[in-house]
Ligand binder design. Structure first.
Ligand SMILES: [Zn+2]
Length: 319
């Protein structure tokens, strides 16, 4: 029997809200997303009401008149341990507003809230690359690094709801300055930003197709350019990926030493490079992990749900 029929036509909507856009979709029990809707978000300087309006509009468009069984929200920010508030988000205006209650009032159905990386991990564990694994690490590589820890099938939230902020583990004392105000953070060496910085530095020393593509201006080089150049066989772009992949493996070895997961899932925009990123990471993990010769080293695999993982994992909050 179709879920819609069993639930009396009610639908569960999953929402993924970030700094530039909100995505909403009806998510069924198999993790399939239908009736997607999208709105732009006002950014950090916007007013909280605008972000809520964008979210509510996207949910209603996606539901298309069907009654709501519940709404799950994946937010790019710190969510309190009770799942009621977004305490802080670098790219959204919320600072401690009781978002869950506000949305329940406006939507007239149960609303549950979690951090976006936690939601993506939950989705990959149920329907994606970590399916069947009791414990898994999710590492999300975008401009920086985010992540989540699944232990015995549950997302580790921590005392403040802030577990999984791997990107700001210090890997190089006194190293590269980070946007967080510290220095030597992991994401300064392994992320979309690090990839671009590596490529810019290397193209000053070696010939590269990136010089042409950027019109001879390294500051114009971006992540997609480096990915495309690496595909074409450009050595500078390939070295930039090798370095980011190597650092990915080094940081992962520290996390594996601490948490001993069955599998490591790498998602986010940079993971689209696939084995170009993951092969050097696997090599560095084997090289760096304590006791690697005497244990089963976890596989490092690409996430399979792509940008829909947030919506799918948000909807799973209601199941
Ligand atoms: Zn940092």
């Amino acid at each position: 029997m179709r879920e819609d029929a069993r639930m009396g036509g009610q639908v569960v909507v999953g929402v993924d809200i970030g700094g530039t856009k909100v995505l909403a979709g009806v998510v069924d029990e198999a993790g399939t997303v239908s009736s997607p809707a999208r709105r732009t978000t006002p950014g950090r300087r916007g007013v909280t009401r605008q972000a809520e309006d964008a979210l509510v509009e996207a949910v209603l468009e996606s539901a298309a008149g069907r009654p709501l069984a519940g709404v799950g929200v994946a937010a790019a920010g710190f969510v309190d341990p009770a799942g009621e508030r977004v305490m802080f988000a670098p790219h959204l205006p919320w600072q401690g507003e009781p978002l869950r209650d506000l949305l329940e009032e406006r939507l007239g159905c149960p609303v549950l809230l979690d951090n976006d990386a936690n939601c993506a991990a939950r989705a990959e564990a149920h329907h994606g690359a970590a399916r069947g694994a009791g414990s898994a690490l999710m590492i999300t590589m975008g401009t920086g690094i985010g992540g989540a820890v699944l232990i015995d099938g549950r997302v580790l939230r921590g005392a403040n709801g802030m577990a999984g902020e791997f990107g700001h583990m210090q890997v190089v004392p006194g190293g590269q300055a980070c946007e967080c105000g510290k220095s030597g953070c992991w994401e300064q060496y392994s992320s979309g930003n690090a990839l671009v910085r590596n490529a810019r530095a290397l193209m000053a020393e070696q010939p590269s197709v990136l010089a042409e593509v950027s019109g001879g201006r390294p500051e114009r080089v971006n992540g997609p350019m480096v990915t495309a150049a690496a595909e074409e066989g450009d050595l500078v772009a390939r070295q930039a990926f090798a370095s980011v992949g190597d650092w990915l493996g080094i940081g992962t070895a520290n996390l594996v030493a601490a948490l001993d997961p069955e599998v490591v899932v790498v998602g986010g925009g940079v993971s689209a490079a696939g084995d170009r990123l993951l092969d050097p990471a696997r090599a560095a993990l084997r090289r760096t992990l304590v006791g690697a010769a005497h244990r089963r080293v976890p596989d490092v695999v690409a996430a399979t749900l792509g940008p829909r993982a947030g919506m799918i994992g948000a909807a799973l909050l209601l199941r």
